[in-house]
Ligand binder design. Structure first.
Ligand code: FRU
Length: 469
């Protein structure tokens, strides 16, 4: 489609679909969702000129994956976001099957996007180009075209460039599948964003000590935290184990030391980033307070997505809340950004036996809680948390199969924070030591109810809505 055709179809989709989407009781009040159509990965997360900019994979024309565009958003505080419409649409031959995921950098005052132009020849064969686009005076993005073709020895699955500045040059991590079907992360460097040279294979299946580890590592992100390099990536193709790798695709981190000359990351074990049902393709950025911020997609491709009830309202999927990363005692911690406290209404404090606790409005809400003994928290009729000596179990009603399913975190829960937003749950255990995220579809006005023989002490806040029109 030409740019003009995209604009026509987009206007039609928005004019016809916005009210319908807003009328959905499962529509988030303060998380990012697409105005209409399907959203997936967060892209181009950056603080530029003092404002947070965020882009996302967007098919505005259908609740299905397809030729992706980049939607764009801006915020001054990571809480109130404003939609700025389309940043990129696949109008050129080198991106004809989608402007796929990528990142943003501040190149001497020019906001520059680096993304994957995806090209499919047929069901089996495809190629990919890493491309540039630069923001111009009126907020429009001028495409500069491909700057990197497929590397030698890799299949057409090469995508998701994450670029940053370090030590006088640009660096890029790129997801790539080798010709023998192994997922890898490649490291590149460049003096100017236009000319790229491969430094080496950073990590991947069959590299270092990790063994066979999947056929594709999507959406890599590499950054320094607490004096070490952390690689976030999304390996596909790991067999499920008794209590690990329960989701269809994984999302996790590896930490270690990077040899900038060979491009190799000497890293420790792979850790799942989130132990819930839906968390994928996160992206980080460093802000001017020196915080490493992360936003992920509360979704997973190829799994339960097509059965989401929100499709009936013409929209699908949402992002996670923005989180701050920190490194403590050899582990990656995640916590919601403190700015989210701006959404809180009047606090309710309560302490006593769980079974005597008041029922609470559970649509948009936050709970901070200490627990002793066994406690159950019912979230409408669609999810239940059980806390006991084993740790925490999150059960939810699978909207595709109609069956209950569960995920666990094992350990001693000393404190718990729960963020709810219409159809999403985000749990932060022990000050961010572990997180569990999930979508659930409890209908309108779900209640929080309590059970179990244990005791609780909590602070509860109803949360406001955060959209800037
Ligand atoms: C991850 C992903 C990326 C790709 C994008 C396409 O969810 O598959 O690898 O760039 O989504 O929308």
């Amino acid at each position: 489609m030409t740019e003009q055709q995209w604009l026509n179809r987009l206007s039609e989709a928005l004019l016809g679909g916005l009210n319908r989407a807003e009328g959905d009781p499962h529509r988030p009040g303060w998380h990012i969702a697409a105005p209409v159509g399907l959203l997936n990965d967060p892209n181009g997360f950056i603080q530029f000129d003092g404002r947070y900019r965020l882009f996302y994979q967007w098919n505005p024309l259908a609740c299905a994956h397809g030729a992706k565009t980049w939607g764009q958003l801006v915020s001054d505080d990571l809480v109130h976001w404003q939609h700025l419409g389309l940043a990129l649409a696949p109008t050129e031959d080198y991106e004809r099957n989608g402007c796929y995921s990528g990142s943003a950098v501040d190149n001497n005052g020019e906001l520059t996007l680096i993304y994957t132009g995806n090209v499919k020849y047929d069901r089996e064969r495809r190629t990919a180009f890493q491309c540039l686009a630069v923001e111009r005076e009126f907020g429009e993005f001028e495409k500069l075209g491909p700057v990197l073709d497929l590397p030698e020895g890799y299949s057409g699955h090469v995508r998701d460039p994450k670029v940053w500045w370090h030590d006088g040059r640009w660096w890029m991590v790129l997801a790539a599948q080798s010709e023998d079907g192994q997922g890898k992360v490649l490291l590149y460097r460049s003096p100017d964003l236009h000319h790229w040279q491969q430094t080496g294979v950073l990590a991947g299946s069959g590299e270092g000590n990790i063994g066979e580890f999947g056929y594709m590592w999507e959406c890599p992100d590499l950054f320094e935290l607490g004096g070490r390099q952390v690689l976030i990536c999304c390996p596909q193709g790991l067999p499920a184990e008794a209590e690990r790798y329960q989701n269809l695709y994984q999302c996790g981190w590896l930490a270690g030391e990077l040899d900038w000359h060979s491009g190799r990351l000497a890293h420790g074990d792979f850790h799942e980033l989130d132990l819930g049902f839906e968390f994928y393709a996160p992206q980080t950025t460093l802000d001017d307070q020196g915080r490493r911020l992360l936003i992920g997609w509360l979704g997973l491709p190829d799994d339960n997505e097509p059965a989401q009830p929100t499709r009936d309202y013409g929209w699908m999927n949402q992002l996670s809340c923005p989180r701050v990363l920190s490194w403590r005692q050899g582990h990656l911690y995640q916590n919601p950004v403190p700015e989210l406290a701006a959404l809180r209404g009047e606090v309710l404090r309560w302490q006593g036996l769980a079974v005597q606790a008041p029922r609470l409005q559970g649509g948009r809400a936050e709970l901070e809680l200490d627990v002793s003994g066994e406690v159950r928290i019912y979230l409408g009729q669609a999810a239940v948390l059980t806390l006991n000596a084993d740790g925490l179990e999150l059960r939810r009603l699978n909207w595709r199969s109609g069956e209950w399913e569960s995920r666990r975190w094992r350990g001693q829960v000393s404190d718990l924070r729960l963020l709810l937003d219409s159809s999403s749950i985000e749990l932060f255990i022990n000050g961010g030591e572990a997180t569990m995220s999930a979508r659930y579809f409890p209908g309108a006005n779900p209640e929080i109810r309590w059970g179990g023989a244990g005791e609780i002490r909590f602070c509860y806040w109803p949360l406001g809505s955060a959209w800037v029109e």
